[in-house]
Design a protein around this ligand. Structure first.
Ligand code: KG4
Ligand code: ZN
Length: 339
């Protein structure tokens, strides 16, 4: 089969991104414009601001991705775009841009599920990795444990019942005064803390052992902070660090337990991580150790491929494309798109 060059676009949340990939796994260019600075003062992503910033940046980001790859629109075999899940106004910007290019150049349009994109970041990082494998996708909006049956078929075996892992990190960061974006700040703060200082819950759901719940640990952290404040005790750096480390330990423990249980139950040997939370070095190290201790193989993309980017959408888009997926120009953004 001849080479397949795909332009991919990602705009589901607060990154405007475009990439050019070759045969799904080789990244010729990847451009990411992060809107973090625009949202920081509000303590989180403001959807309307995100949509407007995407509109301003989408064309320059696409142009730069093509330039960096040494390609023009005429070199493309297809255009892939995230069409859900995500913020509707944000998604629409990428979808409209992709449709325009597909129409103007008369090339196939491939809508991509954002979570499948996160999983496929592993195919870029590890050219030799092949399904089946187990993957934990933990981001700001999602926490899913999935069986990757083949490049395009995924079976969800567990998901969060309430907050996503990244969302919990962001809320804890706010509660202890670290600000947005919370994940990297909590991780850094936790380095100086004692993970056993506080015992926060590790939620279990009897009828759905692979499902996650992070709202209980969030409430426990908030209660601990409130009771400190009521006793007139100071929220100092040591307290912040102990809260961060103990919170993080409860997240790590609940992930580790489910991952090991799933590898056993489904007789799988390969485990991959994905999503923004997977850029957490402490979490990666803990899961790597646990999986390798039982003789399993551990995979996790480098941090820039864990957080939102368009190269991962190119990888997922490539496998959908060679599997025959084609979308029409009526492709719409689907904010609640299910896996
Ligand atoms: O995958 P992503 O970039 O966007 C979504 O699809 O949601 O994930 C962003 C999330 C945020 O909640 C952020 O706090 C979290 O990933 N995150 C982290 C770390 N870096 C980013 N969480 C924990 N530790 C980190 N180092
Ligand atoms: Zn994401």
């Amino acid at each position: 089969m001849s080479d397949t060059v795909i332009l991919s676009i990602e705009s589901s949340c607060d990154e405007t991104a475009a990439a050019v990939t070759l045969n799904g796994r080789t990244v010729l260019s990847s451009v990411i414009y992060s809107q973090i600075d625009l949202h920081t003062i509000y303590g989180g992503v403001v959807p309307e601001i995100a949509s407007r910033a995407h509109i301003e940046k989408i064309n320059p980001v696409i142009r730069k991705a093509l330039e960096d790859a040494g390609k023009t629109l005429d070199d493309l075999d297809a255009v892939a775009v995230t069409y859900g899940p995500g913020l509707v106004g944000a998604l629409l910007v990428g979808v409209a841009a992709a449709k325009s290019i597909a129409y103007a150049k008369n090339i196939p349009l491939v809508g991509v599920h954002h979570i499948k994109g996160h999983v496929c970041a592993n195919f870029i990082e590890y050219p030799e990795l092949e399904p089946p494998f187990l993957c934990l996708v933990a981001s700001g909006g999602h926490t899913h444990l999935v069986k990757v049956v083949n490049h395009t078929d995924y079976e969800v075996i567990g998901r969060t019942r309430d907050d996503a892992a990244g969302e919990a990190y962001d809320k804890i960061a706010r509660a202890i005064g670290l600000g947005y974006p919370g994940g990297p700040k909590v991780e850094k703060c936790a380095h100086n803390g004692d993970p056993k200082a506080f015992s926060f819950p590790r939620a279990k759901i009897d009828e759905a052992p692979y499902d996650f719940s992070f709202s209980g640990v969030k409430s426990a952290v908030l209660n601990t902070i409130n009771s400190y404040k009521m006793k007139g005790m100071e929220i100092d750096e040591k307290f912040q660090a102990d809260i961060a480390a103990s919170f993080q330990q409860s997240v790590i423990d609940s992930m580790k337990e489910r991952v090991l249980m799933a590898l056993d139950e489904f007789g799988m040997n390969k485990f991959a991580m994905a999503g923004g939370v997977a850029s957490n070095q402490t979490l990666r190290a803990a899961l790597k150790e646990a999986v390798e201790a039982r003789g399993g193989e551990f995979y996790c993309p480098k941090p820039v491929l864990c957080t939102d980017n368009a190269a991962m959408i190119g990888a997922a888009g490539y496998y959908e494309f060679i599997n025959g997926k084609r979308d029409g120009l009526d492709l719409n953004a689907v904010p609640g798109l299910k896996l």
